[in-house]
Design a protein around this ligand. Structure first.
Ligand code: HEM
Length: 556
């Protein structure tokens, strides 16, 4: 054994030991240990293993009915983690976002995914505030609307591919993997709308940047003991799998990303020199993509406040990670919900066909971009489509939970009507937390909670949106429709208008002329790997997929 290894072993052991001791001390001092919660099936892993399948086993709803809306579950070596579905507690945590940031291990794992720790997803405090301000013009309603031609183009391409596939099938009905196709179409849309880059993945799946992102995102790791250890012992993060492959993918991303930034910056500077564009993204004649608007906004920001090249580069992969997979997951789950509810599917098709019919008869002279603009307006306002999307995002939130860590000792308020008690049966009027305590906000469980949404909370019912939500649900502090799908507060999703418009345009284009069905023998379950994706229960080895049968619906 070399001298180096002989010296290294005791150092590693010492690091591990001091890490363990620190952890045990924090846990011993945490007031969370006084709260009720489920038994821990494992000393080392606590409840983490059973939580891995929570989207398929209603685990959190069961815990909620046993222990109330605020309780603890166990993490690594039995550490207590707070879980709460209490709207008042969640409002407090999200309103004090910088006192409750994402835990270091979450940020580290996101940083691996977005190829750096300088993007909006991982930034905190002043850096986050500054970045968000520079990025906000790119996500305004008017700017997002100006991106709609990209969504129409990619949605139409997918529609043509699917119509062609079904028309050429012997029975005029073809089976496609909806998840795979939607993911390619939304990747293409994100590339163009995000940073003016054409992945062209609907026609060719060999694009080098798409492959690099594929490698980077696949680091969203499976449940492994090593992953848990890396959470608590940062030095172990050096020994990640695929490090060489990842480095290569990061290099590709950096090379292409820097090229895009340079190209866009040059275009913006030329544009300003010619005074042919305003700073507002939607009025410029050049690049409407988010990166171009970000660069304009960055140039207009004072030098001590603007973003560095590395920060801008990191935003590109951040849009990809935060914007592409989430929207493709939401659209896929929407089609799943519609095949499970054929009545809702046909009602939606009727509403979508009415839009086209009404527009053609009211404005027969409209064509080209004018027609598309008016169509976008009508599709955005279609009531039934809106209900279908809300109901999908409530029942199938692509991001099912998020974590926060307390950065100061605090007393988190709770709903005064909630009858939560601690381990000793004492009524809880607030939750005492200590610095470093970890909190899980179970987004999906809150969206489906029967206590908040009523007895039919787990059913897909677009019509529920015809009435105002129950009072209990109205208390949820949300950015969108009383649900936490896009979260709320300083770290709320910046791209939610982008996602909603893209979803509406894709659904209009696909559902209007295609009927979707699923073979009754197929059972679909959810797999959470940063975002939630479907897989066939009897064929998990085939990976994430949603096999749907598609068929052209004859014109009216
Ligand atoms: C259905 C689609 C989407 C869903 C469900 C979704 C959901 C979320 C959620 C829950 C968060 C908060 C994460 C946390 O703090 O733990 C978030 C943040 C974020 N999202 Fe989205 N998102 C979607 C689409 C998009 C799109 C299309 C973009 C960009 C084009 C985007 C960009 C971002 C960014 C940059 C953040 C970080 C914001 C911050 O920390 O300040 N998202 N999203």
């Amino acid at each position: 054994m070399s001298l180096f290894i002989l010296l290294l072993c005791p150092v590693l052991l010492l690091c591990l030991l001091s890490g363990f001791l620190r952890l045990l001390l924090r846990q011993a001092l945490s007031p969370l240990k006084n709260l009720r919660g489920p038994n821990s099936p494992s000393f080392w892993m606590g409840n983490l293993r059973e939580m891995h399948d929570q989207e398929n086993n209603n685990l959190i709803a069961d815990w909620e009915s046993a222990y109330g809306s605020t309780f603890v579950y166990r993490g690594f070596i039995g550490g207590c983690r707070l879980m709460t579905t209490d709207p008042v507690a969640i409002a407090h945590i999200l309103a004090n976002a910088y006192d409750y940031p994402k835990p270091d291990f979450v940020r580290d794992s996101l940083a691996t995914m977005v190829a750096g720790d300088q993007g909006l997803l991982t930034a905190e405090g002043d850096a986050h505030r500054r970045q968000r301000k520079i990025l906000s013009p790119a996500f305004s309603s008017s700017h997002i609307k100006s991106l709609s031609p990209i969504f129409w183009d990619k949605a139409n391409k997918l529609r043509e591919i699917w119509l062609d596939t079904s028309d050429h099938a012997e029975t005029k009905c073809a089976r496609v993997d909806a998840l795979g196709w939607i993911s390619r179409a939304t990747l293409d849309a994100m590339g163009l709308a995000g940073f003016g880059y054409n992945f062209n993945s609907l026609l060719d799946d060999k694009n080098e940047l798409a492959q690099a992102f594929g490698v980077i995102f696949s680091t969203a790791r499976k449940f492994r003991v090593m992953t848990i250890l890396q959470v608590w012992f940062p030095f172990l993060r050096r020994f990640r799998r695929n490090n060489a492959v990842m480095a290569q993918a990061h290099q590709t991303m950096r090379r292409i990303g820097l090229g895009l930034i340079e190209e866009r910056s040059r275009a913006v500077i030329e544009e300003q020199a010619q005074k042919c564009g305003a700073i507002q993204g939607d009025k410029t004649i050049l690049g409407r993509d988010i990166l171009s608007v970000l660069i304009r906004s960055n140039i207009a920001t004072s030098a001590d406040q603007n973003m560095s090249v590395d920060e801008v580069l990191c935003q590109i992969s951040t849009f990809m990670a935060a914007g592409h997979e989430t929207t493709s997951s939401a659209l896929t789950w929407c089609l799943y919900a519609l095949v499970q509810n054929p009545l809702a599917q046909s009602q939606l098709r009727t509403a979508l066909r009415d839009i086209e019919c009404d527009l053609r008869s009211e404005c027969p002279e409209l064509a080209g971009s004018e027609y598309l603009e008016m169509l976008t307006e009508r599709v955005s306002k279609c009531e039934y489509l809106d209900w279908v999307i809300r109901e999908t995002l409530r029942l199938h939130a692509p991001i099912t939970s998020t974590m926060r860590v307390c950065m100061r000792d605090d007393q988190i308020p709770v709903d005064s009507d909630a009858l939560n008690v601690d381990k000793n049966g004492r009524r809880l009027y607030g939750i005492r937390v200590k610095k470093w305590d970890i909190i899980t906000i179970p987004i999906q469980a809150i969206n489906k909670s029967t206590a908040l949404w009523g007895e039919d909370a787990r059913a897909f019912k677009p019509e529920r949106w015809a009435r105002p939500p129950p009072n209990a649900a109205k208390a949820i502090p949300a950015l969108y429709s009383h649900m936490l799908t896009f979260l709320n507060g300083n770290h709320a999703c910046i791209g939610y208008k982008f996602a909603l418009l893209e979803m509406k345009i894709f659904l209009y284009t696909l559902v209007k002329d295609l009927e979707f069905r699923m073979h009754p023998s197929l059972v679909i379950e959810k797999r959470v790997n940063v975002v939630t994706r479907p897989f066939v229960k009897s064929a998990p080895e085939l990976g994430n997929q949603l096999p749907l049968d598609i068929q052209r619906v004859p014109a009216r």
